[in-house]
Design a protein around this ligand. Structure first.
Ligand code: SF4
Length: 231
């Protein structure tokens, strides 16, 4: 497989240029659903803030789950996992996925590989299936689907992909859905919108919802904050 040529975007943080294509973190699909303008403030304008308490707790919880997982896990390559999952159920955490074609990359919190399907799980702090959270996990599904395209011989027959959201630190899967053609088409359209934001073909639109602004970590620095009573 040819090596991907990769370099940071000169003006937008967290964006890489891979083989000439802008590539952004899949977590941006979640931020985009909350407020596109927060991506602009953080990554284009370069406003740096301390992480919120929720972010710190989330990072610690991620690390704890990863450490617990590694206690009993056997290291294996991606190819070995795919091969073994033809006849057994395999679980992996923090699986890196990159789609140069769609220009997205990230880490899948947890993936179950079974002989019939791949279940892609994103852990969330609560148990509400926000549209933005669904978009994020669908982004992982798309990147994973693109990743396994070149391993089709190893996978054997068609295996469906399921997207799932789980309450962090529990076994509570509170939302799941097949990653079908409609979901794939919708998430590709959304990714194209984010790509257009990066290239400047479209504008970052601030939310009109003051409740979101009240909880936003950029509220003190934001010049587009929605005022109470505006919706
Ligand atoms: S304060 Fe409101 S408009 Fe500004 S970035 Fe945050 S959510 Fe968006």
């Amino acid at each position: 497989m040819p090596k991907t040529r990769s370099k940071p975007h000169p003006n937008i943080s967290q964006v890489m240029i891979m083989d000439g294509q802008n590539n952004f973190p899949i977590s941006w699909l979640n931020k985009q659903g909350y407020c596109e303008y927060s991506i602009y403030l953080e990554n284009v304008k370069g406003i740096q803030l301390q992480p919120t308490l929720d972010m710190v707790i989330g990072t610690k919880e991620h690390a704890r789950l990863e450490t617990d997982f590694k206690k009993d896990a056997e290291p294996a390559t991606f190819e070995e996992m795919l091969e073994a999952s033809k006849t057994a159920e395999i679980l992996s955490r923090e699986l890196p996925v990159t789609s140069v074609h769609f220009g997205i990359r990230g880490y899948i919190d947890e993936i179950w590989m079974t002989p019939d399907e791949f279940i892609i799980i994103d852990d969330k702090p609560g148990s509400r299936a926000f549209v933005s959270s669904i978009h994020q996990v669908q982004g992982y599904c798309l990147a994973f689907k693109d990743t396994i395209r070149s391993f089709q011989d190893m996978i054997g027959g068609e295996r469906r992909i399921t997207a799932a959201l789980r309450e962090r630190g529990t076994n509570n899967i509170f939302w799941s859905s097949y990653f079908d053609n409609k979901a794939e088409e919708d998430i590709i359209n959304l990714i194209n919108r984010v790509q257009n934001l990066i290239t400047g073909r479209e504008d970052f639109i601030p939310t009109q919802n003051p409740r979101k602004c009240r909880s936003c970590r950029f509220k003190r620095k934001c010049d587009k904050k929605a005022l109470p009573g505006s919706i």
